[in-house]
Design a protein around this ligand. Sequence first.
Ligand code: PLP
Length: 401
Amino acid sequence: MKDEAETIQFKGSFTQQEPMPDAAITAATAVLKHGRLHRYNLAADEVGEASLLEREFAAYTGADYALAVTSGGYALATALRALDIAADEPVLTNAFTLAPVPGAIAAVGASPVFVETTEALVIDLDDLVAKARESGAKVLMLSHMRGHQPDMDKLMAVAEAHGLVVIEDCAHTMGGTAQGRISGRHGKIACYSTQTYKHLNSGEGGLLITDDADVAARATLLSGSYMLYERHGAGPEASVFEPFRDETPNVSGRMDNLRAAILRPQLELLPNRVARWAALHDAMEDALRGAPGLHLIDRASGLERVGSSFQFLMPDKRGPWIADFVARCAARGVELKWFGAERAHGFTSTYRHWAYADRPLLPRTDSVLAGLLDMRLPLTFTLQDCEVIARIIRDETCFAG
Ligand SMILES: *Cc1c(COP(=O)(O)O)cnc(C)c1O
């Protein structure tokens, strides 16, 4: 007979985000009513929502320049193009990342070079040095996967010592900080996503920031600015574009005014969202601490992590047990993603699945990913939801086998 604890079910949805704030609906409605959705379609003296978003995002991050584009993955590929990464050039990236990162590298014809990931889910700096030497790469596309970041001061010192330009993938760190700076302010370029599952939601969308005027000009031209780049809200002066304007291809990927209108009011809510994610993440961590066989991820010092997802390790369990554990949790309404699965599934894949790229032997990463479980923590969850979810996970970790 099953006792009561075993039959508790979680009824919430791991993929349900919050509705749009009223201010976003009002702003979006205004754009729909006037009909000028294209960012360069402006009335006399109108600045436009896309430009305003760029200005506000530059102000928020403290970057000199910001560019709004169609997606986070597009922003990453644009960053590489703006740095003139040539076909077949090696580009370093951490092996624990999401498919759009090696995808962006492949999009410019370059070759991802995967670097080992540690048990703290961050890039292994020793392996970074080794791979930088071996490959001769000039760029590190550092993905802050699931919000985990190395000590960014240390990382930048290593990068500098090896002549690496750093592009930060901040899809999971927007709103967070590292070593006292807003995430994305250590590298030369940072890219963010405003896809529905990230920290601001416009369905699809991306942002790129930099302090480098030439990079900003090239990225703007690449995004499909035609010769209307002076209509951008946080771009360099027109003179900076001169040497690039005729030789930079238009790789169309602009953001439109409708999405920007939806995003601007959300940007104001970001600090509040980060605080609420921290509360959910803390609650989950407290409730799972000490569960048998389950290791929490070490909290990095100097990091204000955005708790929009939760990871834990089950290093002592074998694959079939974990597959079964995931299925048992799912049967009780708890949706866990496992990075050790044989085949890519849903949004979850690992470097071993990306057969278009070279897949080196990465024993440390493999052993981490084999026991790595992950779940979303949407802001529609309550602290009570976290307790129910944790209780189900705890029950199922006790399952023998
Ligand atoms: C979502 C995501 C991206 C890319 O974002 P899209 O807007 O979906 O292209 C890049 N890196 C990571 C780690 C992500 O999670």
